[in-house]
Design a protein around this ligand. Sequence first.
Ligand SMILES: Cc1ncc(COP(=O)(O)O)c(C=O)c1O
Length: 425
Amino acid sequence: MLKTQASLYERAQKVTPPIAQRATQLGVVKAEGSYLFGEDGKKYLDFASGVAVMNVGHNHPKVIEAAKSQMDDMIHGGHNVVYYPSYIELAEKLNELNGGDHMVYFSNSGAEVNEGAIKLAKKVTKRPAVISFKRGFHGRTLATTSITASSAAYRKDYEGLMPSVYYADYPYAYHSGLLEEEEVNRCLQQLEELFKFQIAPDSVATIILEPIQGEGGYIVPPKEFLVKLRDICDQHGILLTFDEIQTGFGRTGKMFAYEHFDVKPDILTLAKGIASGFPLSALIAPKEIMEKWPAGTHGGTYGGNPISCAASLASIEILETEGLKNAGTMGRYFKERLLEIKEEHSGIGDVRGLGLMLAMELIKEDGSPDSERLGKLRTYAQEQGVILLGCGTEKNVIRFIPPTTVTKEEIDLALSVVKEGLKIN
Ligand SMILES: Cc1ncc(COP(=O)(O)O)c(C=O)c1O
């Protein structure tokens, strides 16, 4: 076929900088459920979900209806100016979902809400330091770049970042080769050494972490580690912050990943899946903490946009009525199949994850990371109409993040493509 028009990708190369580069060169014109529709006329099974955002699928009719109805009433009143129903209703709902006695503050993005968490912790404790974790990812603003340690590339040339940030080891038994219990002890020991040699615990405002690391490689810590961290924070008056920006809103088969570990944070940050693609993020903390955050000491113009809040309420309802249950069932099915594939391929070192936050770590014969295979697999999958993303500091982890509404047939289709793609050398 004679090509007459430049593709969206080709046009983008002329007017957008390298920093705006995408994980694919795909131009899309429409999205629905688990699918993206390309400008090439092809239909793509989307197991990237806009990087774990479209947790109830693309353009869910209930989300569209809620957003349209809110748009008719009001687009923006300003959360610094007036009170409006969708904002308050969503705050009430998020409070209820977190056990009550909490308060909620809305922002726009993941990075922005993590900025808020750092500021809240500093304001309330009057302490300077923050501890985050190696392989952790928290955003790309300057403060969140400072607490991100999933790759030096995110920090290079930006150094001279926020001071008083210290990095702890996150348990990754597959990587260290230790037994889970030994790995937890190793990490807790390193944290103790941090307290002993570098930063006194009573100078630490918050320990911030993802309860399951996302960008760093879909690493699930043993429950014991989070339980111990909770104890350490209580012992030293440190606020424990969970960044659930990627793990929240049904991704792991529960509304929030912390529910798997029976460990509650002091500060919870949420974004991505919260509003099915409308920009919104939320910071949630117990009343006694939030009441110490004086008016005007943090803020922004657009936080808690009425349409985003309405879309969020609809998204939560979908998760409660169908998404959470399906994510649990489909997640178990998907993981079992991935484990079967692992048995057939020595190039798969590990299969891990919870719910529909699943991943396969790809390795070479000598056990070293195989990022090349990951590239080939992603390219092949896209040619076959399946969109997959990578992650991991060594760029050798393929992640599967379909919507919570995904069907068994869609999972089977993706798996058959993955199986074939793994055969490519
Ligand atoms: C765990 C986590 N925290 C924070 C962020 C940053 O969110 P945003 O891109 O909305 O700023 C991300 C984004 O990938 C994330 O996965």
